[in-house]
Design a protein around this ligand. Structure first.
Ligand code: ACO
Length: 472
């Protein structure tokens, strides 16, 4: 018990330190709006002894604003002939970044130094987009200007509407998203020169503005309804809801609670540091590929159930469990790893504590279900019971498995009326700004090189070619 409370204290002290220590490194402006942080300098070193030859060498240690120090191995191969081995990149920093910070041990997430809980409570999605892209919260004039720039680009080239006709009606909307976002590069040639800051900005605005239109059209196409064009007097979230749910035959009334929840979902998914899809965007962009192609690559990566596909998987899991009476059996299946069953919406590579986004989402989930009169929704009851049981179970406690953001987002989205196949699409709509901000940061970093990992080769050594008649 004593150990538990002292470790709790350590965690609390760490959290305090993290929140306080938010002063960024000295910065200078690049030609674009991007922020160019000062290159971190080595301030210490790790001494390494190579037991193969007794050789001693040192590896510099670099310090960021907050977070663990990093060992700089950039010269390791050149000087020592060694690669490092880190499948899944659990200990590898792939870049220097000043956009988002996560401390998974204590459940902290900040964008440009602002806590996600504060942004979700006090801000709106457009403001968060500006913050991620430009580094600061906008003043009133900057906000108006930014919103104008985004809404200016909400429409799609009319030819793109015809592109949809080539898909089967039962195509997964994520398949449509990957294709149509990639296809934007075939339509907007005037914003594909990545070396021109103005074109980079226009491409960024176009992507943020057009993804909701593309997503809503994917939905409309799948259900055989006509496309609804954007209405720029509405907010980003309102416009998306209208394009998704309105039909020409009726007036569409926007429920303010639903619009607020939608905006919050967008804020909570806007960026998440160097996750799989963001690293994919950076990797694709490192070759000089155009931004539309890079974001399409990010969408493809997000699709997987271990990443953005998890909210869809949560709903499928809840449907499979069916009722609270079956939870015990399901948890047993998870714990015995039967058929590799996992509790979807639980666990995270980085958070080994409650995902701060999940706390906000949990509250929002209750607000939306109350407003829609779905408080007794059996799915919510099942999810709450599952959460309670899992949080008190030794397996989940010892594995540090807490609910992640996707555990609740699926329930809200279903209550709003989205089919499960659209859940990951909504994640992609929200994350586009994060991908774009990280892509821009990479392109504007003068030390940027093509991403090219190494490997530990375990295949055959060289061998003579085997002619066909000698093969088994
Ligand atoms: N249910 C049951 N056990 C789990 C779960 C889970 N959801 N997640 C991890 N574990 C267990 C693993 O079986 C493993 O156990 P072991 O050490 O006894 O073998 C241990 O925890 C570590 O698991 P890893 O797969 O190594 O953890 P990793 O950090 O690679 O995985 C991930 C993170 C992929 C998110 C994982 O927790 C998972 O699959 N969760 C369910 C899917 C999900 O909700 N994804 C959404 C992530 S959030 C997002 O993308 C927005």
């Amino acid at each position: 018990m004593a150990g538990k409370s002292s470790s709790k204290k350590t965690v609390a002290a760490k959290a305090k330190k993290v929140v306080k220590a938010t002063k960024p490194a000295a910065r200078s402006k690049t030609v674009d709006s991007g922020i160019k942080p000062a290159a971190p300098k080595a301030y210490a070193a790790v001494a390494v002894k190579d037991s193969r030859n007794g050789k001693n060498f040192e590896l510099p240690i670099l310090k960021g604003t907050v977070g663990p120090d990093v060992v700089d191995i950039r010269k390791l191969y050149g000087e020592q002939g060694l690669f490092t081995y880190d499948p899944g990149y659990g200990s590898t920093g792939s870049t220097q970044s000043s956009i988002t910070y996560i401390d998974g041990d204590v459940g902290v997430l900040t964008h440009r130094g602002y806590k996600i809980e504060d942004l979700a409570e006090n801000s709106d999605f457009m403001e968060v987009c500006y913050l991620l892209l430009e580094g600061e919260l906008p003043n009133a004039k900057q906000k108006v200007e930014f919103e104008k720039n985004i809404t200016y680009h909400t429409m799609l080239h009319e030819q793109i509407a015809r592109f949809y006709q080539g898909f089967r009606r039962d195509a997964h909307p994520m398949a449509v998203m990957v294709s149509v976002v990639g296809a934007l590069s075939a339509f907007y040639h005037d914003s594909t020169d990545i070396h021109d800051p103005r074109q980079r900005t226009i491409a960024s605005h176009r992507l943020i503005a057009k993804v909701p239109t593309i997503a809503a059209m994917a939905y409309k196409y799948s259900i055989g309804q006509p496309f609804v064009y954007p209405k720029n007097e509405l907010s980003y979230a309102e416009n998306f809801l209208r394009m998704t749910f309105a039909v020409p035959a009726e007036e569409y009334k926007i429920d303010p609670v639903v619009a607020k929840a939608m905006d919050k979902i967008f804020i909570l998914h806007a960026d998440h540091e160097q996750n799989a899809s963001t690293s994919t965007v950076r990797m694709a962009g490192s070759s000089g590929a155009n931004p539309f192609a890079c974001i399409a690559a990010g969408i493809a990566c997000l699709w997987g159930p271990a990443h953005g596909g998890a909210n869809e998987a949560v709903l499928k899991m809840l449907a499979e469990i069916g009722s609270t009476a079956n939870i015990k059996d399901y948890i047993g299946k998870v714990k015995s790893k039967q058929d590799n069953t996992r509790l979807m919406g639980f666990g995270h590579r980085v958070y080994k504590n409650y995902d701060p986004r999940a706390s906000v989402m949990r509250k929002s989930c209750h607000e939306v279900l109350d407003a829609l009169g779905k408080r007794n929704d059996p799915l919510l009851q099942l999810a709450m019971e599952l959460e309670k049981i899992a949080l008190n179970d030794d397996y989940f406690i010892s594995h540090k498995l807490y609910p992640n953001v996707d555990f609740y987002s699926g329930i809200i989205l279903q209550a709003i009326g989205f089919p499960t196949s659209m859940f990951t699409v909504l994640f992609a709509v929200a994350r586009t700004v994060g991908w774009v901000a990280q892509w821009k940061e990479m392109i504007e970093d003068p030390t940027q090189r093509i991403g090219r990992p190494r490997q530990l080769y375990t295949g055959y050594g060289e061998r003579p070619y085997t002619p066909m008649n000698k093969r088994k």
